[in-house]
Design a protein around this ligand. Structure first.
Ligand code: SAH
Length: 362
């Protein structure tokens, strides 16, 4: 984040900035509301702020308002998949879904991802860069402006590993739920992680009310390691302990995600091991039939196999659902719209490589 990222600032920081520009504290509050609650398109619209201040802001703190560069709309259920171009030319995907319990937006937290999960389209080009808090917020704001209805849920489940972009993620969570902003209840916010253990402990200590979803995808170290490089860094035992700590500290029930990959992690043995792992834990398990990615050879299990998998888990007393597939017709796995539009690898700024998971998260 740079000093110029005005939409990434907390209210007290906006007030500080306004003071520096010679304004009063109440004008700081007004500016924050223009940025986050009323979401003005330009500083000129902020008519209760002095003209000179508006001009100075305009010159030094460019407003970020994203417009969709591409949009796919599902004929089946109205799901909308957006592609946004960021000021440096990077692209991110975000999705709007309509549910009976309220409309939900899924955002990306990074341009690309360095976690390298085998079945994931977003991992293919590697990490390009972290998104700032304002770039995460603007995905939600831009979609709200486009759709025109209330967004009640936000999930950080698009491209990127949110806990690999920890400080920006925290700002995003606090700002999107802020009472002077869009005020999305933290209980309606879900962050999905592949399991960066030290950051799970950190998040648990923030005392937020968000839901944490852990990408499990295998019930043993061997199975997880086959699909997720991060599993070589942190054992299943360490990850589960961190999730238990998250639950104890926040009293928020954990969600576990399990992408069902045909012939890889959908056998009877897998069911047994998964049930054994989750039994006695107050949690919810979400099964996601894998979305085939054209660069990868993974396939979905037959519907019958997935149904049986779920029924068996229920018999073991596990609280389990199969994720309803939204926007099946526009789909392709998450990350593919971005890939389709992206410049060839060698033209990408920063090289776009798959980098080893380093010590950075320590
Ligand atoms: N980095 C975060 C968010 C990733 S996307 C994480 O790892 O949790 C959200 C979920 O979708 C994760 O569980 C991810 O493993 C899963 N996923 C990614 N690609 C998929 C695909 N092609 N089919 C099904 N699930 C997929």
């Amino acid at each position: 984040m740079t000093e110029q990222d005005i939409q990434s600032l907390y209210p007290e920081e906006v007030t500080e900035l306004v003071r520096k520009l010679g304004g009063k504290d109440f004008q700081g509050k007004q500016l924050f509301e223009w940025l986050h609650k009323r979401q003005a398109d330009s500083y000129q619209q902020m008519t209760n702020l002095p003209k000179a201040m508006r001009s100075q802001l305009e010159q030094e703190y460019p407003l970020l308002r994203l417009k969709p560069a591409d949009l796919q709309v599902s004929a089946l259920d109205g799901t909308r998949k957006y592609l946004f171009v960021l000021p440096d030319g990077q692209m991110v995907e975000s999705v709007w879904m309509h549910y009976r319990h309220g409309d939900s937006v899924c955002i990306s937290s990074q341009a690309g991802c360095r976690m390298g999960c085998r079945f994931c389209a977003s991992a293919i080009g590697g990490l390009v860069r972290d998104l700032t808090a304002q770039e995460m917020l603007e995905q939600v704001y831009a979609i709200r402006r486009d759709v025109g209805t209330r967004v009640s849920h936000v999930v950080v489940m698009g491209t990127g590993e949110p806990l690999d972009n920890y400080s920006n993620l925290l700002r995003f969570i606090r700002l999107i739920s802020h009472e002077q902003g869009m005020q999305i209840s933290q209980r309606n916010l879900t962050v999905s992680t592949c399991g960066i253990v030290p950051r799970i402990y950190d998040l648990a200590r923030e005392k937020l009310q968000i839901t944490l979803a852990l990408s499990l995808h295998g019930a043993t170290d061997e199975k997880r390691q086959e699909l997720m490089p991060i599993a070589k860094k942190y054992s299943l035992d360490e990850v589960m302990k961190a999730c238990d700590f998250y639950f104890q500290n926040t009293k928020r029930r954990m969600t576990y995600e399990y992408s069902l990959v045909g012939g890889v992690n959908d056998t009877q043995e897998d069911v047994r091991q998964l049930a054994q792992l989750l039994r006695g834990r107050n949690c919810h398990l979400n099964l996601i039939p894998v979305n085939p990615v054209k660069e990868r050879s993974f396939r979905q299990p037959d519907q019958k196999v997935a149904g049986n998998f779920k029924n068996k888990l229920e018999k073991y007393g596990i609280n389990v659902t199969i994720r309803r597939e939204m926007g099946r017709d526009i789909d392709g796995a998450c990350g593919q719209l971005r890939r389709r539009h992206m410049a060839p690898k060698e033209e990408m700024p920063f090289g776009g490589r798959v980098t080893e998971i380093t010590e950075r998260e320590k």
